[in-house]
Design a binder for this molecule. Structure first.
Ligand SMILES: NC(=O)c1ccc[n+]([C@@H]2O[C@H](COP(=O)([O-])OP(=O)(O)OC[C@H]3O[C@@H](n4cnc5c(N)ncnc54)[C@H](O)[C@@H]3O)[C@@H](O)[C@H]2O)c1
Length: 289
């Protein structure tokens, strides 16, 4: 199958793809600059590549989209469905890396606070918004710190899991109001765009810690910047934020920013790239039998 790889994936996944398909690799810039890929049947990409109507139309023979990322907000899923193009992705494959990164941000912020003695996790209320793969793993890792864990999700959760993870589900408002540390793990979609805006920030406790490793658009950044300037937060940890945010905010003030790297733990990155490629290769082999 004629396969287009946009950007970079993990080495062993790349090797498999090269062995089993006719592979061409290009950069995001080359993809944007080219108007048509007449032969491409499979496109392999990561979250940094937008594949909306305009880009889908560049590949008239496209049969499979393989996403080596978690989170599908870069893709027009409706268009893919309408055109009968199959999406292959592997939710949950990078959850451990993102959950560990969240813990890293929380613990670093508690320690780097200019106030001494610094804050401890024990006894703090941690609010988890979005209780899917990552939210649950964050809870699992926090369990040993004797923090109080509360969470909000739009999906009802299994009581057995909640009991095991020692998490109490609350409504959104209660999580915002009671969390000493708030951490966001929702997907970006039309419902979660600007999920936390001025109203949400106002509801949060003064001197709360705020962590976002999901997507920058889940936060209303102008409202967020206003709250930061008014001294609302004791610490902020972000794996995702805009260039504009970086220019407007003084990151020395217990604001820790990483450059969208939370998913790139060695094992998780390998799994996140290999799992969808394996699925693709299994399908191709089946189809050609
Ligand atoms: N920083 C990174 O590198 C990185 C890596 C992986 C994932 N992510 C982001 O994290 C998100 C979550 O990943 P996941 O693997 O846990 O996904 P997931 O689908 O397992 O979990 C998301 C949860 O959010 C819930 N949700 C949806 N809308 C909500 C709302 N309005 N309020 C509360 N909960 C809501 C869903 O019901 C689901 O349980 C991804 O969609 C992606 O955008 C970021």
């Amino acid at each position: 199958m004629k396969t287009l790889l946009i950007g970079e994936i993990e080495n062993s996944a790349h090797k498999k793809l090269k062995e089993h398909t006719y592979l061409r690799q290009i950069t995001n810039e080359e993809f944007a600059a080219t108007t048509i890929f007449p032969e491409v049947e499979v496109v392999v990409l990561r979250t940094y590549t937008q594949l909306k109507e305009e880009e889908i139309e560049k590949m008239p023979k496209l049969k499979f989209v393989v996403s080596c990322s978690v989170g599908t907000n870069n893709l027009d899923i409706l268009q893919l469905q309408e055109k009968g193009i199959e999406l292959i992705h592997c939710p949950g494959t990078n959850a451990n890396s993102v959950a560990e990164h969240t813990l890293y941000l929380i613990l670093s912020l508690l320690r780097e606070d200019s106030k001494r003695p610094f804050a401890e996790l024990k006894g703090k209320t941690v609010g988890i918004v979005g209780f899917g793969y990552i939210g649950k793993l964050v809870a699992q890792k926090l369990k040993g710190f004797d923090a109080k864990l509360i969470a909000f999700d739009v999906i009802e959760q299994e009581p057995k899991i909640l009991q095991e993870l020692q998490v109490t589900m609350k409504d959104f408002d209660s999580v915002l109001r009671t969390a000493d540390i708030l951490t966001i793990h929702v997907p970006l979609n039309t419902h979660t765009h600007n999920l936390i805006n001025a109203t949400g920030f106002e509801r949060m406790k003064q001197d709360a810690f705020f962590i976002n490793t999901s997507r920058e658009e889940v936060i209303n950044e102008p409202d967020f910047i206003d709250e930061i300037n008014e001294g609302k937060f004791r610490g902020i940890g972000l794996d995702v934020c805009s260039k504009d945010f970086m220019q407007k905010v003084d990151c020395g003030k217990n604001i820790l920013v990483t450059n969208h790297v939370a998913a790139q733990g060695e094992e998780s990155f390998k799994e996140m790239c290999n799992a969808p490629i394996d699925k693709l290769l299994a399908k191709i082999t089946q189809d050609t039998l």
